[in-house]
Design a protein around this ligand. Structure first.
Ligand SMILES: Cc1cc2nc3c(=O)[nH]c(=O)nc-3n(C[C@H](O)[C@H](O)[C@H](O)COP(=O)(O)OP(=O)(O)OC[C@H]3O[C@@H](n4cnc5c(N)ncnc54)[C@H](O)[C@@H]3O)c2cc1C
Length: 443
């Protein structure tokens, strides 16, 4: 039995660990009824923390810190790694074709190829020095350009755009940050939260422009050297970095005739419409039996959970992936920010579709009332429904983020504190702390 996994990201690695938890193998050869695992990946750096790339850009993380598994871990997982890019899947023959035209057969296949940055579609976007942040090579490329240049223009929204701003700023570049809309990440943050982030960027000497639509990247000798805006203004620069959203890599699935929508459509067992082919992670649009809908996430933890469930099912189990409450701890303009559950709605002019470190679920806000307290660096916003808290944003002090994750994911009945939470000038944090402490003492 040969399991093939395409993609050496967190979903692919979690799948291998899950398969091996059921079929430990001594040789991994596939002989004598053993289960053979082949991992195919085109990233020369193998498996590393993609969220960690932001800290690699700022210089806070490097070397081993970005690589969550050791050579000994890989040895124990006992799989064969084939470096290469898969071009096509022949479903009838149960065979994969590499870019170099060699073939590899599979019995069960997992597609865990992730998502990629949407391209910037303005004239000049293909000039050298117009950069995105998908993977380690991109990050190195950005650093090389940052070393040689003085001024950068960053275009886009969401977490990755800010990571680019901060990475370039911390490398000593002057940064112009262009927003098409009137505030940062408007469909996840509220006005006050956007203002907190923007104020901090200004304090870091980032030049922030609203309603700034880049219409052309200008260049000289094949290199970007400026950006022209719709209002006629031009900004001179040495590099342009952009993060305007991502797109699941569905091309392989499309070529193979698998069902796709925004991502590869999979049932709750992470199985595509071909029962021998599974999909997990950023590329998958997973059916959520709790809501009856299929959604995409671009988050590390769901990718790992999906990879794990897919691996167990490939190995013969029948386990449903139950989507947990989306939870992301990130840093926005130097401020630790946790986003839990459903916190916003609508669309953001600076992003097309979903961003990295993002979940569609964050924007499915039903009727709820916001309760908030705190100023600037310690800010807490709760989205309060009839009986439960639907979502929360915790900025700065993080002591309530884990309790809130539990309160929200377990749909705890907050009726006893609802009125106090919604009272004018409520000390929301104190009310939640009291509720949490009393729940803890009872359980
Ligand atoms: C800059 C950045 C910041 C992020 N910040 C956060 C954050 O704050 N919080 C959070 O939760 N998540 C964050 N994410 C998202 C998170 O990293 C992803 O959700 C997660 O890595 C998805 O894992 P995956 O295994 O599905 O895909 P990936 O990690 O993308 O791995 C897919 C792999 O498949 C390979 N591949 C693609 N096509 C082929 C092919 N045809 N043949 C062979 N190999 C192929 C790719 O090269 C890649 O190595 C961030 C991501 C980035 C890039």
């Amino acid at each position: 039995m040969r399991h093939v996994i395409i993609g050496s990201g967190v979903a692919g690695i979690a799948a291998i660990e899950a398969i091996r938890s059921i079929h430990p193998s001594l040789s991994g050869s596939g002989d004598d009824g053993e289960v053979e695992i082949v991992l195919v990946g085109d990233d020369p750096h193998g498996f590393y923390s993609r969220p960690g790339l932001a800290y690699f850009l700022t210089g806070e993380l490097h070397g081993k810190a970005l690589f969550p598994r050791s050579p000994e871990d890989y040895q124990q997982m006992n799989f064969r790694f084939v470096r290469g890019c898969i071009n096509s899947i022949q479903r009838e023959a149960h065979s994969l074709q590499f870019e170099n035209k060699t073939n590899l057969s599979y019995d069960k296949l997992l597609i865990a190829v992730g998502a990629q940055a949407l391209p910037l579609e303005v004239p000049g976007a293909n000039l050298e020095g117009v950069l995105k942040l998908d993977h380690m090579e991109d990050a190195k490329h950005i650093l090389n350009h940052a070393r040689r240049g003085k001024t950068a223009v960053v275009i886009g929204g969401g977490i990755t755009a800010l990571e680019l701003v901060e990475g370039l700023r911390s490398r000593g570049m002057k940064v112009h940050y262009l927003l098409r809309g009137d505030r940062y990440w408007s469909n996840v943050l509220d006005e006050h939260e956007s203002m907190i982030v923007e104020q901090r960027l200004k304090e870091e000497d980032v030049t922030l422009q609203h309603h700034a639509e880049a219409i052309e990247v200008m260049g000289k000798n094949g290199h970007a050297n400026g950006v022209r805006l719709l209002n006629g203004q031009t900004l001179k620069c040495d590099l342009v970095a952009y993060a305007i959203g991502i797109r699941p890599r569905v091309e392989l699935a499309k070529q193979a005739g698998l069902a796709i929508d925004k991502g590869i459509l999979v049932n709750e067992y992470l199985q595509t419409n071909d029962s021998d082919i599974y999909a997990a992670g950023d590329v998958a649009q997973a059916y959520d039996p709790m809501t009856g809908r299929s959604v995409i996430d671009s988050l590390w933890c769901p990718a790992r959970q999906q990879g794990s469930v897919a691996g167990l099912n490939m190995a013969g189990k029948r386990l449903a992936y139950i989507k947990s409450t989306p939870f992301n701890v990130t840093r926005l303009a130097g401020l630790t920010t946790t986003i839990i559950g459903t916190v916003g709605r609508g669309r953001d002019e600076d992003l097309v579709g979903i961003a990295r470190g993002d979940s569609e679920t964050w924007r499915e806000l039903p009727d709820s009332i916001a309760a908030q307290s705190g100023f600037d660096v310690n800010h807490l916003r709760l989205l309060v429904g009839e009986k439960k808290i639907l979502g929360a944003i915790v900025m700065g002090d993080q002591k309530l983020s884990l309790p809130l994750e539990k309160i929200i994911s377990e749909s705890m009945d907050i009726s006893p504190i609802r009125e106090r939470l919604l009272a004018p000038n409520a000390k929301v944090g104190d009310v939640v702390t009291e509720f949490w402490e009393s729940w803890n003492s009872r359980n």
